[in-house]
Design a protein. Structure first.
Length: 333
């Protein structure tokens, strides 16, 4: 029996079929005897009725919104997507015979400080969460939102529901935080771009942070830092299969691990940075081959602060081809 925080992202709550898989994950954990708390993101992506970008799209800055209040208004509106998800999931679980209680940042005791849109969690008073679990119910907690020192609602950055889940796991002393998404773990490259990219069975916190901060969006980078600070064991898993996923923990990577941890990219409207993230201390062995490949594809070396992350700049439209080319050139290192 374990105490597990299960976090489900927007794709896991976006459709009736996805929600069915999500509910089955919660019920299966309970059937094993695990104590479970659930953290949810807003439903779907931009264009879906309750997605964060859709909600924020309701605000038109040209309507003359006072700049001093716009952060408060935007954060309170943005937080509604997670609140809607928490209420829906709690209702669905309860209807299936598993009592569930939706919790906002207020009722879950999640505190943060910092600017609107990018606050950082400072504390989780987990007593209410644990009281719900002790009653035999499942707390369904709205991710992404927290309570500021003045009592207002703030949000903690895009991808922040991952951080919410890890923070709850840290302060509540969970055995695992399971981050459920639409891929079966952390891959050596985006599997939508490189279908044969292998999924990694495990990573240490630092390696996960380096991948995430360079554009691997399967886990928010702050989640890895928070996990490292508190020693929270994180598993990145798929809502749509029963695999073990990728375990992220304090245990260092084995010395015989591949040189290249992964290839990630950050794109803007016109440009992109594609980064080859190597195990610490091994970047020099990959640099000649990576640089030759990138230059041959019209990309340029880009500056970076990580000595073992090899960054290249290219047109945004060329980023996927560069990821594929680098993966093929480096896959045997």
């Amino acid at each position: 029996m374990a105490f597990i925080i299960q976090k489900f992202g927007g794709t896991s709550v976006a459709s009736p079929q996805a929600r069915e898989r999500m509910l089955a994950k919660v019920e299966a954990a309970r059937a094993r005897g695990d104590r479970v708390a659930v953290v949810v993101s807003a439903m779907g992506r931009s264009g879906a009725p309750y997605a964060t970008d859709t909600l924020l799209g309701l605000l038109d800055e040209s309507h003359g919104m006072d700049a001093s209040s716009s952060g408060l208004i935007r954060d309170l509106l943005a937080s509604c997507g997670e609140t809607i998800s928490a209420c829906l999931v709690a209702s669905l679980l309860s209807a299936r015979g598993t009592k569930a209680v939706p919790l906002s940042a207020y009722t879950a005791g999640i505190s943060a400080s910092g600017p609107f849109g990018d606050a950082q969690i400072t504390d989780v008073d987990s007593r209410r969460i644990m009281a719900v679990i002790d009653s035999g119910a499942v707390p369904i907690i709205a991710g992404f939102q927290a309570v500021a020192p003045d009592g207002g609602i703030v949000t903690i950055g895009r991808g922040g529901s991952d951080t919410s889940a890890v923070a709850i796991g840290a302060w509540a002393k969970a055995d695992y935080v399971d981050i459920y998404t639409d891929v079966p773990g952390v891959a050596a490259a985006d599997p939508r771009v490189v279908p044969d990219a292998p999924f990694l069975p495990r990573l240490d916190y630092r390696s996960m942070y380096r991948l995430a901060s360079n554009g691997a969006r399967v886990l928010h980078d702050r989640s890895a830092l928070l996990g490292e600070r508190f020693g929270v064991r994180i598993r990145v898993r798929s809502t749509f299969d029963d695999g073990e996923g990728t375990l992220i923990s304090a245990e260092p990577m084995p010395a015989d691990s591949p040189v290249v941890l992964g290839i990630a990219s950050n794109k803007t409207e016109h440009d992109a940075i594609v980064t080859v993230v190597c195990r610490e201390g091994t970047g020099a062995s990959a640099e000649p081959r990576a640089t030759a490949t990138a230059l041959g594809m019209g990309a340029r070396p880009a500056a970076g602060s990580d000595p073992d992350a090899l960054a290249f700049s290219c047109r945004s439209d060329d980023a996927q081809a560069l990821v594929k080319g680098l993966f093929k050139a480096l896959e045997n290192l």
